[in-house]
Ligand binder design. Structure first.
Ligand code: ADP
Length: 625
């Protein structure tokens, strides 16, 4: 059969500038792993086969209906050539121009560039995590020819040719069969990829679980199947071994590391499905650029119907990767219908509870593993507190925090905290901040430290959002130590002492000097080593929240605080004496202002360090006179 297309001269197209840049970066970053090109070509072929299989199964007309769905690789070790051919969906002219010649994700280029700027290069741990795509073929070839014909019955054959540098050409050709054939001669540095043993081992490493037969022929031999096609998730539960599961995970995600763990589910009941789910060991290198669109693969009866089906999991569990296969969804319904189907909601619910169950299991029986998980994905998990009301209590149980009583980096659950509390302690105390070290020097902690009361150290910005939602745990309220009323903390341990005349006079001077900068000035019960500190009044917000608000809104002024004064502190005593000796001294007011601004500085909320420093210099000049 021959096409009666008029053959015109090849059309020349220029690459977009960013394509050239990306290509340059790929070649120079990945040169240590040139074999990646084969994974990329096979993975594109597999996508194309999936698409055509889907069309056939949903009753749409396709060219060469019934032709075997397969990938054929032909090698010639003498001529150093490779051909990778598939019987997939093929490409239209528009596809060749707009898909093959463009960067798949706008984030890719920026990411690679920013790595370059930081003096880093892509390494094998990163390349796995995003498709470098078709263009990686130019690592091993100087010129590539793509011959393709789309599966639409009235399509035409096309040849695309390029050296991957400035431009590519497209021309019409006679191609009777659908699918894509990619061929090229290997560069001298890459001739190993025309050796059959080498190609086999690459396929076994990267592409063993491809859903379609991969056939190899070299030097004119007959085609032989290389991969083991096995829908692993369909295997009876407990029959797959961890090595096999890990292999499958690596194939699926392109992660080079083994997963932290996996779940193999076979659910029967009001909804029926099988699933093989994995929890990665580390988060993707750039979670917010590319991987926000990664999710579980949805199959129905072994046929892939959606590559990243976001509706299978709540967002806070989207770090989970894997496959779900159900017979309960019809193949030929639109994606929108699939998404809103009750089956989907049921699967989502079952998966959520199984995953949370697995995490509970780790937290109870394998704390090390759980800590590794939590370090990698804890922040994402926490978001479930505010979004998944049904499972909130379960997620709260999974939270872990550093505290004043843990070593740096080790974590404690709220349950453990409550179990260790003194019987009289009524509340769970926390402090928010950016770094453990600075937090430990917070004057507001002194009382708690002195009395050995454990305080949660919340360094994750997400904590500020979830703490109010949690509210209380096992009947104990979560209270910021910036707000805690020390009288309740101290309970019976400290009797109330009326301030002396001298103290009252000094406090009055503080109030006068600070004016409406503060809500009030009161003698402190929480301070041990520091002279003053700022605490939150009845309606105020804690220092960390205030800092966050200021970051979001430059004009945000924050509420007034209460200044607490440690009447026992030597400096405060000295001020008292100074007031007695020379009540009108302007220096006294300078000292008071300085103490106040020092407290602001410690909180991270001092608006003008310059004024603070100028005053400090004046005071020191005076003191050294
Ligand atoms: P990605 O696969 O990440 O989209 P690629 O650069 O590998 O990026 O491929 C770009 C596009 O070219 C694919 O999305 C697909 O539309 C098309 N393509 C590549 N290879 C094939 C193929 N063998 N058959 C059909 N289409 C293909």
């Amino acid at each position: 059969m021959s096409n009666t297309t008029m053959h015109r001269a090849p059309e020349v197209h220029e690459y977009k500038a960013e394509m050239k840049q990306l290509l340059h970066l790929i070649i120079h970053s990945l040169y240590t792993h040139p074999e990646i090109f084969l994974r990329e070509l096979i993975s594109n072929a597999s996508d194309a086969l999936n698409k055509v299989r889907f069309r056939e199964l949903t009753g749409q007309a396709v060219l060469d209906s019934g032709t075997p769905l397969e990938i054929r690789i032909t090698l010639d070790r003498n001529a150093h050539t490779i051909t990778v051919e598939d019987t997939g969906i093929g490409m239209t002219k528009d596809d060749l121009i707009n898909r093959l010649g463009t960067v798949a994700s706008s984030g890719t280029l920026e990411f690679v560039k920013s790595l370059k700027e930081q003096g880093k290069t892509l390494d094998v741990s990163m390349i796995g995590q995003f498709g470098v795509g078709f263009y990686s073929v130019f690592m091993v070839a100087d010129e590539v020819v793509v011959e393709t014909r789309h599966a639409e019955p009235d399509s035409i054959g096309l040849r695309w040719k390029s050296d991957g540098k400035g431009s590519f050409t497209i021309e019409d050709i006679d191609k009777p069969t659908r699918g894509t054939r990619i061929s090229f001669r290997l560069k001298d540095s890459a001739t190993e990829f025309s050796e059959e043993y080498r190609v086999r081992s690459i396929i076994q490493k990267y592409s063993n679980f491809v859903d379609f037969p991969i056939l190899i022929a070299s030097q004119g031999s007959t085609l032989q199947k290389v991969n083991t096609i096995r829908a692993l998730w369909q295997a009876p539960k407990d029959t797959i071994n961890p090595d096999e599961a890990h292999e499958f995970y690596k194939f699926l995600t392109h992660d080079y590391q083994s997963p932290l763990g996996y779940l193999h589910l076979a659910i029967e009941g009001s909804v029926n499905f099988k699933a093989l789910l994995f929890i990665p060991a580390t988060p993707p290198v750039r979670p917010f650029i590319l991987d926000n669109d990664k999710s579980l693969h949805l199959y129905t009866n072994k046929v892939l119907i959606e590559e990243h089906c976001k509706h299978l999991l709540p967002e806070y569990l989207r770090f989970v990767r894997g496959v779900v296969d159900t017979d309960d969804l019809p193949l030929n319904v639109s994606r929108e219908v699939t998404q809103s189907s009750p089956q989907m909601a049921k699967i989502n619910k079952v998966l959520t509870s199984k995953i949370l169950g697995l995490l509970h299991d780790w937290s109870a029986h394998d704390p090390d593993k759980y800590q590794r998980f939590y370090t990698a994905f804890g922040q994402q998990l926490k978001l479930g507190i505010n979004t998944d009301t049904a499972n909130r209590d379960q997620i709260v149980q999974l939270l872990r925090f550093e505290t004043t009583h843990t070593a740096h980096g080790s974590l404690r659950s709220l349950k453990e905290y409550v179990e260790r509390m003194n019987p009289e302690q009524q509340e769970i105390y926390f402090l928010t901040g950016e770094h453990r070290d600075t937090m430990l020097n917070n004057p507001n902690l002194e009382y708690f430290q002195k009395h050995s009361i454990e305080v949660l150290l919340l360094t994750d910005p997400v904590d500020i959002i979830i703490i109010p939602t949690i509210g209380e745990f096992e009947g104990k309220k979560l209270v910021s130590i910036d707000k805690a009323d020390i009288r309740t903390v101290a309970a019976s341990s400290q009797e109330q002492k009326e301030p002396s005349m001298l103290d009252s006079a000094l406090l009055a001077l503080f109030k006068e000097a600070l004016g409406d900068k503060v809500e009030d000035v009161v003698p402190s019960k929480r301070l041990v080593d520091s002279p003053v500190t700022l605490v939150v009044g009845k309606e105020g917000m804690d220092a960390q929240t205030e800092r966050m608000m200021k970051m979001l809104d430059k004009t945000f002024k924050g509420g007034r605080k209460i200044l607490e004064v440690n009447m026992e502190h030597p400096l405060i005593r000295n001020l008292s004496r100074l007031q007695l000796a020379q009540a009108g001294s302007p220096l006294l007011r300078q000292y008071i202002l300085h103490l106040y601004e020092g407290a602001l500085l410690l909180e991270g909320n001092l608006p003008s360090p310059a004024i603070f420093i100028r005053r400090m210099i004046e005071i020191m000049t005076d003191a050294t006179r």
